[in-house]
Design a protein around this ligand. Structure first.
Ligand SMILES: *Cc1c(COP(=O)(O)O)cnc(C)c1O
Length: 366
């Protein structure tokens, strides 16, 4: 830090120089985050100074969070679900499994997750001191083999998890069957819909994944992914409003008496942003956006297939996976664990972007 400050222009110039070194969004094909909806700019600015860690002081912001959670609960078929905005999928998953551990105390606790589970589960099992058991994929598919999952459950299992929109292949596990395993063993069932949560409800044919399924105890979904909110923005909901209370700690010097969230100080700004998007777009607006992303996914697959590249699966959500091939310079695409190329077709990957990318791939083949 310098002794003397600089002018506003100097500060902005310093920031702009660094920002310019980032990859522009029209070349990012590998991210589950996207450009926040324009309505978030105003919402975030209005709530920039708010702290949800102190709801007695920021009661309007706290009410706003409740309205947001109710809207999301309704979307997930459980208006009375209770939870919080979080910093993202990792924190949501951690808090869900932490609650499971409190609600189902076992001597040497373990959790059983699909092979597709997000890497956050490695952090979670480390932090919570849990054995992490991974159930393999169903033969020829990328969804979890629920029979093998059931076999991995024993008397020390506290929770099973399903993924609704896997990070690598964008597929949706058979949540009903995973939830059934939980019901049969009287354990917790968490659905990780970090990516799929704001996609699946808006598909032409939604796939069951939420509280409509008996036995699903919690669902996480990220406004900062397909919710078009600002970063960071996650959300965790529990079917039973009592469940989060298992995480309650006393907060002696705040205006509230107790807290169930992981973080203390929490931004109201990102909640305002996430809520503003839901209000602004409505279900209709989200359906349009998801339908556009699905159409662009279809076009990408069609275009790459026409060049002779091989898709690894038929996309279920707005995510395509291809056997590895060389990518033209400047484009950011990610490789998943099996070495394949993954394209996440977020709203910023517009039809123009897809055509530009396909053209460059075509040029390169000549
Ligand atoms: C992105 C993702 C996460 C992690 O979310 P962060 O917001 O990066 O913490 C967890 N689970 C799934 C399925 C994801 O796609």
């Amino acid at each position: 830090m310098e002794e003397k400050g600089c002018t506003r222009e100097e500060v902005i110039a310093a920031l702009a120089g660094l920002r310019a070194a980032d990859t522009p969004h029209d070349h990012i094909l590998c991210s589950m985050c996207t450009i926040p909806h324009q309505i978030t700019t105003a919402a975030r600015e209005m709530f920039a100074a708010t702290n949800l860690g102190d709801p007695g002081v920021f009661s309007g912001t706290a009410k706003l969070e409740q309205l947001f959670l109710e809207s999301v609960g309704e979307l997930l078929h459980c208006k009375t679900a209770a939870g919080w905005m979080t910093s993202g999928g990792t924190e949501s998953n951690l808090q869900a499994i932490r609650a499971a551990k409190k609600l189902h105390p076992k001597e040497k606790p373990n959790i059983v997750v699909p092979a597709s589970a997000h890497f956050s589960f490695h952090k979670i099992s480390d932090i919570l001191g849990l054995e992490l058991r991974t159930a393999p994929y169903e033969a020829g598919k990328f969804t979890v083999d629920t029979e093998k999952m059931a076999e991995l459950v024993d008397k020390n299992t506290i929770a099973v998890s399903a993924v609704a929109g896997t990070t690598e292949y964008g597929v949706v596990d058979d949540v009903s069957r995973v939830a059934k395993i939980a019901l049969e063993n009287d354990i917790f069932c968490h659905v990780d819909a970090a990516f799929g949560g704001f996609v699946i409800p808006f598909l032409k044919q939604p796939i069951p994944f939420d509280f409509a399924i008996d036995g699903v105890d919690s669902v996480s979904l990220d406004p900062h992914k397909m919710g078009l909110g600002t970063i960071p923005g996650g959300c965790l909901l529990f079917r039973d409003a009592e469940s989060p209370l298992s995480l309650s700690v006393d907060t002696p010097y705040l205006t509230s008496k107790s807290q169930t969230t992981l973080t203390g100080t929490r931004p109201g700004a990102d909640v305002a942003a996430a809520y503003a998007v839901l209000k602004y777009l409505g279900k209709e607006g989200f359906r349009d956006i998801v339908s556009g992303c699905m159409e662009n996914t279809r076009r990408l697959v069609e275009g790459l297939s026409a060049y002779g590249y091989e898709k690894v699966l038929d996309p279920v959500l707005n995510l395509a996976v291809f056997r590895d091939f060389s990518i033209p310079d400047g484009w950011k695409v990610s490789h998943i664990r099996d070495g394949s190329l993954r394209f996440v077709m977020m709203p910023h990957v517009t039809r123009d972007v897809v055509e530009k990318f396909l053209n460059e791939v075509g040029e390169q083949k000549k």
